[in-house]
Design a binder for this molecule. Structure first.
Ligand code: NAD
Ligand code: UDP
Length: 338
């Protein structure tokens, strides 16, 4: 008898927010794994350039749509990654109601779609659910210290509500996973994104002042995008859904002042560091405890900042990024220092 080896069936994966920074890397990684990918995006902060190379894959399809609006899909969906939400403070604060509703209504719509399709669902949540934390590093059991009235609330509370919805659906049987993503950086961030790594690199490359908000004593822990994408896929594919959210991030913590110094050292030129007022509710310290991701997913970041930062600088210096506007900064200049 001639038994032909079975090829595993190709999965159909919906990536909401797939034209964004992380989403486009995720779509690419999924295509490389042999999945069929539908990228759903409204292009609010996503860009066609991010997904243009993916259009060469026969298994890639783009769907321009808003997650808040129901979509009719021809095919059965096996996996849904929900990354649809503006993520940088200036962008998510530009239309706070849209941000909140994208995270609440949009997530509810996608959870329904997952339920109707019997699909597995992964929510891209955030370290912002911990707010300005009192414990350090942050583990998944920490309930957070979040302002529900400040300028970051549309995002932080939108993501918290989205997590609550996800766990409600899980309790009624949906196979669901929540990734709490810590600060991620890398190629394909928008030069006008407004987050710190892209701002500092674009400023240094254009020989503009590097804008530090506050004294630069606040800390963040930066994860390179390929590490994060590997973590997202590992979480989606782990056979049994963890019974809690999972932190994904790089525990390598640095101050924002130190980040500025590293950028100055990396990019030759005469850039100065200038200090601007600290935005309201800006978290003082942030570092993930990734014990759970290590244990359950056997995942840990591989790319340290001293490798990821030059890669990202090289990308920003390339033609790919040069057609876009300069960085967006949030606050007026207060005092300057070289
Ligand atoms: P991004 O802004 O580059 O990507 C977000 C994508 O969502 C964009 O393509 C945007 O057009 C799309 N989008 C926004 N609103 C939409 C809507 N209503 N309907 C359809 N599409 C919509 O940001 P990113 O950094 O790639 O973040 C991706 C996800 O990861 C977000 O959900 C964000 O909250 C989460 N996250 C990111 C970080 C980080 O450091 N990059 C940290 C924590 C969480
Ligand atoms: N930040 C800064 N200069 C900038 C942009 C950001 O000093 O040009 C600071 C910001 O105040 C925050 C940190 O860098 O303390 C990280 O900011 P980002 O917007 O990247 O992410 P988040 O605050 O959401 O962690």
């Amino acid at each position: 008898m001639n038994i032909r080896p079975q090829t595993p069936a190709k999965r159909t994966v919906l990536v909401a927010g797939g034209a964004g920074f992380i989403g486009s890397h995720l779509c690419e990684a999924l295509l490389e794994r042999g999945e069929r990918v539908i990228c759903l995006d409204s292009f609010l902060t996503g860009r066609e350039e991010n997904i243009l190379p993916l259009c060469n894959f026969r298994d890639f399809r783009m769907l321009r749509a808003d997650v808040r609006v129901p979509v009719a899909l021809r095919e059965r969906i096996d996996r849904i990654y929900n990354l649809a939400s503006p993520a940088s403070p200036p962008h998510y604060q530009a239309d706070p109601v849209h941000t909140m509703l994208t995270n609440v209504e949009g997530t509810a719509r996608l959870l329904n779609l997952a339920q109707d399709n019997g699909a597995r669902f992964l929510q891209a949540s955030t370290s912002e659910v911990y707010g300005d934390p009192e414990i350090h590093p942050q583990n998944e059991d920490y309930p957070g210290r979040v302002s529900c009235t400040g300028p970051r609330a549309c995002y932080d509370e939108g993501k918290r509500a989205a997590e609550a919805l996800c766990f409600d659906y899980a309790r009624s049987g949906l196979d669901m996973r929540v990734a709490r993503i810590f600060n991620t950086y890398g190629p394909r961030m928008r030069p006008d994104d407004g987050r710190v790594v892209s701002n500092f690199l674009v400023q240094a490359l254009n020989e503009q002042d590097i804008t530090i908000y506050g004294k630069g004593e606040q800390t963040r822990s930066f994860c390179y995008v390929s590490d994060l994408v590997a973590g997202l896929i590992a979480l989606m594919e782990v056979p049994t859904a963890p019974n809690s959210a999972i932190n994904l991030g790089n525990p390598e913590e640095i101050t924002i002042l130190e980040l500025a110094r590293q950028v100055q050292a990396l990019v030759p030129g005469n850039t100065r560091v200038v200090f601007r007022p600290l935005p309201e509710d800006d978290p003082r310290r942030r570092r993930p405890d990734i014990s759970r991701a290590r244990d359950l997913l056997h995942w840990a970041p591989q790319i340290a900042l001293d490798r990821g930062l030059p890669e990202t600088a090289a990308w920003f210096a390339s033609a790919a990024a040069s057609t876009l506007p300069p960085p967006r900064t949030t606050t007026p200049l207060s005092r300057a220092q070289s």
